[in-house]
Design a protein around this ligand. Structure first.
Ligand code: ARG
Length: 547
């Protein structure tokens, strides 16, 4: 049940009838009543009448029978108080879907997330993409969409020249598992040779050509590096409880065979210009700092294809071959211009119809407690496996440690940077993963101590009412999380719910209450447990039974 939408619907009709002007009643939860609408204040400017008068008119006309009562307050707010019976019935009706119907028009939604690079450690940026992308995938799944998880693995590019050449020098096909056990160290060693040895650099360059032209021995070693990397990533995904599977890897390499065709199609549509020997698209509206048109390089002057070409091919593949209705790219904010330009060119090419089919779901950086990019003390990138090891060491269980990391990420507005602070994220109070896990375990414990049945809900105490309102706030919160692509809407709601439950638990005895009250309160507790369980699962956070 979406009380906000229901009330907004009724008020919209009333406000419209007042002055014949359509208006969004903007019904919001409020401190002063259950909900409040400030529409009269906005309307007053438009129609030139005092807001209180408009509000009174609207209240008189509003058909709220059996739903709520309305009163004008302050300068012209409409305060809405929902009928207790409506709240009670709403709570009772919360099933496993928590009152959220599957969407009327399911869409095929490709969610592009994680996207790590072969032979490199999963970076902090990939951590955010992985966590936020996975939460969105779970939420869209739950809403009934057809979700296609796409892990755009960085498995192609010139860096493979040095990696494969280094592998050749370490024994090639005969190189043992131990050589490659630690891919980060392997990558660093290759890099060092590449930076310090001219001959090696030349060999690495020739190796890139061999890889691109399909030389079998080179391809074999490349495949080995990719497979090992994928295995490492899968291990980390399992630790993180991320729903990406091995079949979701669709690496950059998988588009190599169609890049020439993609470029030919763009060229045939008149979208390409030669600039400094490179083939470039100049989508309108993009200029550099000097005011010059900004190029999207589709084919480099040496004939090679880079990141933009691959992403163009991916857009075409996803909309044309996969028939996706929507493309979400969960990638850090620094790639904003890249995606805007890729989408603009894809629209010109007709691969994206409509302005909102493809979206860059960007996010901010993870900072250390010093306010700078999170790094090791030595100033190096933090290895994700080390981060997860530390979570395990600091927390009472992996579920709590990993849950804390994920929740801290998801509870922050994704667009902002946030500070990675172990002490704060692991705290058992406040807006944290452990607090929510603890709250969930506590609600569950109520049921371990009773075999009494749940019964009809009767709301008598203010804390019961607050809890009921919070329970019915799940659907709007989830809808907001999905439509705005902002998992923190759900995270913050779950926290509010846990706080409301805690208030209820402290003031309203459950098992010691007389039979009818006990049955009612058990229903409230049961629906709370259900909501927290489903909600945390949608965020990808595990829940230990006891804590
Ligand atoms: N591998 C890329 C990186 O590390 C991220 C890929 C994002 N997805 C995409 N379709 N470009 O920056």
């Amino acid at each position: 049940m979406n009380l906000e939408a229901l009330l907004a619907d009724r008020l919209a009709t009333a406000f419209h009838a007042v002055d014949g002007v359509p208006v969004d009643p903007a019904v919001r939860a409020s401190q002063h009543a259950d909900f409040q609408s400030g529409a009269a204040l906005a309307l007053s400017r438009q129609v030139g009448r005092p807001p209180r008068e408009i509000a009174q008119d609207a209240v008189a006309r509003a058909d709220l029978a059996g739903l709520a009562t309305a009163a004008v307050s302050g300068p012209g707010f409409v305060n809405l108080t929902v009928a207790d019976e409506v709240l009670a019935a709403g709570v009772e009706a919360l099933d496993d879907r928590l009152g959220v119907p599957p969407v009327a028009k399911p869409e095929r939604v490709v969610i592009d997330y994680s996207g790590p690079n072969v032979a490199k450690e999963l970076q902090i940026g990939h951590l955010r993409s992985t966590i936020i992308g996975d939460a969105l995938a779970r939420i869209f799944d739950f809403l009934g969409h057809d979700v296609v998880r796409a892990n755009h693995l960085g498995d192609w590019g010139t860096q493979f020249g040095m990696l494969i050449e280094h592998l050749v020098e370490s024994g090639g096909d005969a190189a043992g598992e131990s050589t490659l056990a630690d891919l980060t160290t392997f990558y660093r060693a290759a890099r060092q040779k590449f930076d310090g040895d001219d001959d090696f650099r030349d060999r690495a360059r020739r190796r890139v050509v061999a890889l691109q032209s399909g030389d079998e021995a080179t391809r074999r070693m490349w495949r080995r590096l990719v497979a090992l990397s994928e295995r490492d990533f899968m291990t980390t995904y399992a630790r993180l409880g991320v729903t990406l599977s091995a079949g979701d890897f669709v690496g950059e390499s998988s588009y190599q065979d169609v890049l020439a065709d993609v470029v030919a199609e763009l060229d045939a549509k008149g979208l390409l210009t030669v600039s400094d020997g490179a083939l470039c698209a100049f989508p309108p509206g993009f200029t550099g700092r000097d005011g010059e048109p900004l190029p999207l390089i589709v084919r480099k002057s040496d004939g090679g294809f880079g990141y933009p070409a691959t992403d163009l091919a991916a857009v075409r593949h996803r909309t044309r071959d996969l028939a996706a209705d929507r493309l979400l790219y969960v990638v850090g904010a620094p790639q904003r211009t890249h995606f805007r330009m890729v989408f603009a060119v894809a629209r010109q090419a007709g691969w994206l119809t409509g302005d909102d089919v493809a979206e860059h779901i960007e996010f901010g950086a993870i900072l250390g407690t010093d306010g700078k990019m999170l790094r090791t003390r030595a100033g190096e990138n933090i290895r994700l496996s080390a981060l997860l090891d530390e979570a395990d060491a600091r927390a009472s269980s992996p579920a709590v440690g990993i849950g804390a990391i994920k929740y801290a990420d998801l509870a922050a507005d994704r667009r902002s940077d946030y500070v990675f602070d172990w002490d704060r994220m692991l705290a058992s109070t406040g807006n944290t993963g452990p607090y929510l896990q603890y709250a969930t375990a506590r609600v569950g414990s109520v049921f371990r101590r009773t075999d009494t049945e749940c019964g009809p809900v009767r709301l008598t105490e203010p804390a019961e009412r607050r809890l009921a309102l919070a329970l019915l706030g799940f659907e709007p919160a989830l809808t907001a999380a999905a439509t705005l692509r902002e998992p923190h809407r759900l995270a913050v709601h779950l926290h509010d719910l846990a706080v409301a439950f805690s208030g209820f638990y402290e003031t309203c005895p459950i098992l010691r209450a007389e039979a009818a009250t006990r049955a009612s309160r058990l229903t409230l507790a049961d629906r709370t447990a259900r909501t927290l369980r489903v909600g945390l699962a949608l965020l990808g956070i595990d829940q230990p039974e006891t804590m």
